[in-house]
Write a protein that binds this ligand. Structure first.
Ligand code: CDP
Length: 259
C-alpha cells in the first residue's frame, strides 16, 4: 500500500495511458452508493458512499427553533450542520467545528433552500446534520447530494432534489469528480450544484486557474455528471418504497395463509 505523507504529492496526476491515478477516465465518476432511512431516530436520513467518502445525513423538523431568536415569523429556516469526524482525514481533525465546516454548512444551506417551501413553516426549523466519517475530496458535493436525499426521505415538500459534483483541472486537462489527491495537487476545483426543478446552478465555487472556454466546458461536464448522480438518488428513494411494498405484500400473504 502506498503511504502518502502530507504535502508529498505525485508530480503527475495523469498516467501515460491518459487515465487518472485511480484508473478512471477523465469524465468518469467514482463509484457511488446511496441509501435512505438509515437513522431510525431521525425524521429522514440518508447515507452516501462516493469513492472513499462515507457520509451520513439526518433531518429533524419542522420543529421549534433553538435559540428562539433564529426563528422567522413568516417562514421556516433551514439549518445545516456539516461536520467531519476527527478520524475522517489523515491528520486528526480538531473536534470543534472550524471555519471550513461553518463555510460548508452555509453553502449547503444556500444551495438547498431554493427547493424547499419554507414559507409554509413559519417559526420552525428543518435541521440537517451531516457527518463525514471518511473524507477523500468532494465532501461538500457529496454532503449536498445526501442532505437533499435525507430531506426527501423525511417527506419534506420539495420542488426537486439537489445534486452536486466537482469538476477540476489536473495536468492541464479537465476531469470530473476530483478525488482527494486531485483536489489537493490539481490546478483547479469547481464544485457546482443543480436544482432540478428549474435546472439552475445553486452552488458554484471556484479555486484555481481556468480560461472561459474551459469554464464553460466544466459547466457542461458538471451537468452531464450530475444527471448520472441524480439517477442514483432517485433509485435509492425508489428502493425504499419497493422494500416497503415487498414487506406489505409478504405480510398480507402471511395473513392470508393463516386465515
Ligand atoms: O471535501 P471538499 O473537496 O468539498 O473540501 P476541501 O476543503 O476542498 O477538501 C478537500 C479534501 O481535503 C477533503 O475532502 C478531505 O479529504 C481533505 N481534508 C483534510 O485532509 N483535512 C481537513 N481538515 C479538511 C479536508
Amino acid at each position: 500500500m502506498v503511504l502518502l505523507i502530507k504535502d508529498e504529492y505525485p508530480e503527475k496526476l495523469l498516467r501515460e495511458d491518459g487515465k487518472r491515478l485511480d484508473g478512471r477516465d477523465k469524465t468518469e465518476l467514482r463509484p457511488i452508493k446511496m441509501e435512505v432511512g438509515v437513522i431510525k431516530n431521525a425524521d429522514g436520513s440518508a447515507y452516501i458512499e462516493w469513492g472513499n467518502n462515507k457520509i451520513f445525513a439526518a433531518v429533524y423538523g419542522p420543529r421549534e427553533v433553538h435559540p428562539h431568536h433564529l426563528a422567522k415569523p413568516d417562514r421556516g429556516v433551514l439549518r445545516v450542520f456539516y461536520r467531519m469526524a476527527t478520524f475522517s482525514v489523515f491528520d486528526r481533525k480538531r473536534p470543534a467545528p472550524g471555519r471550513r465546516e461553518k463555510e460548508i454548512s452555509m453553502i449547503i444551506t444556500d444551495c438547498i433552500e431554493p427547493v424547499l417551501f419554507l414559507e409554509l413553516y413559519p417559526g420552525t426549523a428543518f435541521e440537517v446534520f451531516i457527518d463525514v466519517i471518511d473524507a477523500d475530496g468532494g465532501t461538500r458535493c457529496a454532503s449536498t447530494t445526501v442532505a437533499s436525499l435525507a430531506l426527501a426521505d423525511a417527506g419534506v415538500p420539495m420542488k426537486s432534489l439537489v445534486t452536486a459534483v466537482a469538476i477540476g483541472k489536473i495536468d492541464g486537462e479537465l476531469v470530473v469528480d476530483l478525488s482527494g489527491i486531485e483536489d489537493k495537487a490539481g490546478e483547479a476545483d469547481l464544485p457546482l450544484a443543480i436544482t432540478w426543478f428549474n435546472g439552475e446552478i445553486s452552488l458554484l465555487q471556484f479555486d484555481g486557474a481556468m480560461d472561459l472556454e474551459e469554464f464553460n466546458k466544466c459547466l457542461s461536464l458538471g451537468l452531464e455528471a450530475a444527471e448520472k448522480i441524480y439517477q442514483v438518488q432517485l433509485n435509492s428513494l425508489k428502493n425504499k418504497y419497493i422494500a416497503i411494498q415487498d414487506s406489505v405484500s409478504s405480510n398480507s400473504e402471511e395473513k392470508g395463509g393463516v386465515a
